[in-house]
Design a protein around this ligand. Structure first.
Ligand code: ZN
Length: 307
């Protein structure tokens, strides 16, 4: 098995992670959570989204949060569903935005009331807007491994979707498994093919652990040569517009797996566990981190955790 030496973790808890939570966190609380993750060495964050506050009230204070956080040495990303979102993001000084659209028309209609083709037209406008305003644009293609409404999404469809992005000034492209439908074989085969077809392009992965296959899918992504993954502290998260959606693959569980395998992340696990405990206090319920319950495996002194 061949693995990369180093992996970049993009922390999603403040966006994807919080958007299904009943409790709305204040800007102050989000800032505390951010600082705790920053202390643990996390450098890349999707910090919030610029969607209609009525649709996703958990994200209504995203702009204010961006204004209150120093950007130095950090990648702070704002999710936008359309040009209007990009314009709002700019008003708050955001300089990196991630445009999300879905490879499945039905999911895209539920999410942003547009077909996939209409969203790609919107992306072209956002691309011009970002070029004019010197903003970095990245793209996430949701439901890349399956759609809760349409079922399987073919490899051919994903390749044809990516083909339409060629020529735009976009940074990384993230393929997202929005509702945890991916399996490791599918991840390996799709990513191998996508990377071979677009060798100049960097591809990242975004998994939800809906059916317990998150870590296995990350392993398959690593073997296909992917080195960037979206994860969320405590395994929080889910799409509000997809039935049965649950949490992202959990940051501390992923980092623990990577470190056990000798793969670097520049993130300190103890710091992540502190942040994860803090998160539980803030949201008022247990999160789904395995590591927070069990603790890291200490090779010298393995101690059973349950009694
Ligand atoms: Zn997600």
């Amino acid at each position: 098995m061949e693995f990369p030496e180093k992996v970049t973790i993009n922390e999603m808890v403040l966006r994807d992670g919080l958007q299904l939570e009943k409790k709305l966190l204040s800007v102050e609380e989000k800032k505390i959570l951010f600082s705790s993750l920053q202390e643990a060495g996390v450098k890349s964050f999707e910090l919030g989204s610029f969607v209609h506050p009525k649709l996703v009230p958990q994200m209504a204070n995203s702009g204010e949060l961006f204004e209150k956080i120093a950007r130095e040495d950090m990648d702070l990303i704002g999710l936008v569903p359309n040009l209007k979102g990009a314009e709002r993001a700019k008003e708050f000084g955001v300089d990196r935005i991630n445009f999300v659209f879905s490879a499945s028309d039905t999911h895209n209609m539920q999410n942003v009331q547009k077909t996939t083709a209409e969203s790609i037209e919107e992306l072209k406008k956002i691309n011009e807007f970002c070029e004019r305003n010197e903003m970095v644009l990245t793209v996430t293609i949701a439901t890349s491994f399956g759609c809760p409404f349409e079922g399987d999404i073919s490899k051919k469809r994903i390749l044809a979707t990516i083909e339409q992005l060629v020529g735009l000034t976009i940074g990384d492209i993230t393929l997202a498994d929005t509702t945890g439908m991916a399996n490791p074989k599918q991840v390996y085969e799709l990513l191998k093919e996508v990377k071979n077809s677009f060798p100049e392009q960097t591809f990242n992965l975004h998994f939800h652990n809906t059916r317990g296959m998150g870590l296995a899918n990350i392993l398959a992504g690593l073997q296909a040569g992917v080195t960037g993954f979206d994860t969320a502290l405590g395994g929080l998260g889910g799409c509000p517009f997809a039935p049965g959606a649950t949490g992202n693959v959990c940051t501390e569980d992923v980092v623990h797996m990577l470190h056990s395998m000798g793969i670097q992340t520049d993130i300190r696990l103890e710091g992540l566990l502190k942040a994860s405990a803090l998160l539980e206090n803030m949201i008022g319920h247990q999160n789904s981190s395995y590591l927070l319950k069990a603790g890291p495996y200490n090779r010298k002194y393995p101690v059973p955790v349950s009694n």
